[in-house]
Design a protein around this ligand. Structure first.
Ligand SMILES: *Cc1c(COP(=O)(O)O)cnc(C)c1O
Length: 392
């Protein structure tokens, strides 16, 4: 069985986890802050906050940017639902921006047009959540400029793109955003089992993220609101409504050790992507155009069938690959197409022509560290055979 992505676990990963299991701390202990420091150093951000999933990280990022009822949050159509759900957890309204046809990330033109209209209607979003689809960084500096012009904050949903770079700057540095969120789910670039990480350079956002992660509880006497702060050493106080989104030391040990291999993982994913590009060239399909200034982390290798019968051809290909134990997937069913979003929001698919065209022919081929040449050849042969049957 060949999945579309999977983890690479080594003996040293197992040793690090074992060490924690024999230690005093199973829940958050000394390894979590170590992991946070190492992530921050790696992406060159000032701070990092570890949580139990990227979904939680997105939620507390929205809360830390003060998203509440009545606020507006925008994100890309072409993403996992968590990038939109996080705004709804806070009672905000969500709106979506269409993708561009070259790299399937948020379209800067559509974003700007939408902002012009929003300004007229006084509906500028409070936060925009950008998504580096498949591991390819967005034109984040252009989006940053727009954020200054129109006055909104930015969260990067970098669930796909740990290890990716734009102009030699690592995603997560928050050079062009307020907070960046990574996922540490096993299909992503590195894993801690389940897990997420938020990075920022803003000290205030950092302390809010830390509090929201842990029930809103403050333990540092310097920051106490209550005048009773000298009651005794037992004293702590809850300052607002937070959650238990903590990461355990067991998982942090795994994530921290995986982090040592992140560049190796990204390099291998790029190698596989190059092989696919070579082997699939000449077929009527599109691959993601990678900007010259970017290094993609290639969390996914999506292809889009470029035929009139794209929908039918994609279905045939999907079924053929699945029948041969190649567990391909489609990333993503556009957010607005889910029944929950259809029922509760007035999205019209006609507003997202690029996403519709993308989705009709999209399929993600397997890409992960241990995928070997033989499997790649096998997959490409099936893809080629299946698509060619639609040309003849
Ligand atoms: C995987 C993913 C998430 C959610 O990550 P979890 O760690 O599973 O919560 C959010 N956004 C995107 C774009 C993702 O791919």
């Amino acid at each position: 069985m060949i999945p579309y992505s999977r983890q690479k676990i080594t003996n040293s990963d197992i040793e690090q986890v074992k060490k924690v299991l024999k230690s005093d701390f199973l829940t958050q202990g000394p390894v979590v802050p170590k992991f946070e420091r190492n992530i921050a150093d790696y992406v060159k951000s000032k701070y990092a906050v570890a949580v139990n999933s990227a979904t939680s990280a997105l939620h507390i990022s929205c809360l830390s940017l003060d998203i509440k009822k009545g606020d507006i949050v925008w994100t890309s159509t072409n993403t996992f639902v968590a990038s939109a759900n996080c705004a709804l957890y806070c009672g905000a309204k969500i709106d979506l921006v269409d993708i561009n046809i070259n790299d399937w990330n948020i379209s800067i033109e559509n974003l700007e047009e939408k902002l012009v209209r929003a300004k007229k209607n006084k509906k500028i979003p409070k936060v925009l959540i950008t998504v580096h689809f498949a591991g390819q960084p967005t034109y984040q500096e252009a989006i940053w400029k727009l954020s200054i012009k129109y006055g909104f904050k930015i969260i990067e949903d970098a669930s796909h793109s740990l290890g990716a770079q734009r102009n030699k700057i690592k995603v997560g540095s928050c050079k062009w955003s307020h907070i960046t969120v990574f996922s540490l789910h096993p299909v992503k670039i590195i894993t801690s089992g389940e897990g997420g990480m938020a990075t920022t350079n803003d000290k205030k956002l950092f302390s809010k993220l830390m509090l929201f992660r842990n029930h809103g509880i403050e333990r540092n006497t310097k920051n106490m609101l209550s005048k009773n702060k000298f009651e005794g050493d037992w004293y702590f106080e809850q300052q607002f409504l937070g959650y238990n989104y903590r990461m355990t030391d067991i998982l942090a040990a795994l994530g921290n050790n995986q982090l040592k291999s992140v560049d190796k993982f990204v390099k291998k994913r790029n190698l596989i992507a190059n092989l696919y590009c070579k082997k699939l060239s000449g077929l009527p399909l599109k691959i993601q155009r990678i900007n010259d200034d970017n290094l993609s982390s290639y969390h996914l290798f999506p292809i889009v069938i470029d035929l009139k019968e794209r929908k039918k051809c994609r279905k045939t290909l999907f079924q053929l690959l699945r029948k041969n134990n190649i567990l391909v997937n489609v990333h993503y069913i556009p957010v607005y197409r889910h029944p929950f979003y259809q029922k509760n929001y007035n999205f019209n698919k006609k507003d997202f022509p690029n996403t519709e065209k993308f989705y009709a022919g999209a399929l993600s081929l397997p890409i992960f560290y241990d995928l070997n040449q033989m499997s790649i050849n096998y997959i490409c042969d099936l893809v080629s055979k299946s698509i060619k049957s639609y040309i003849d």
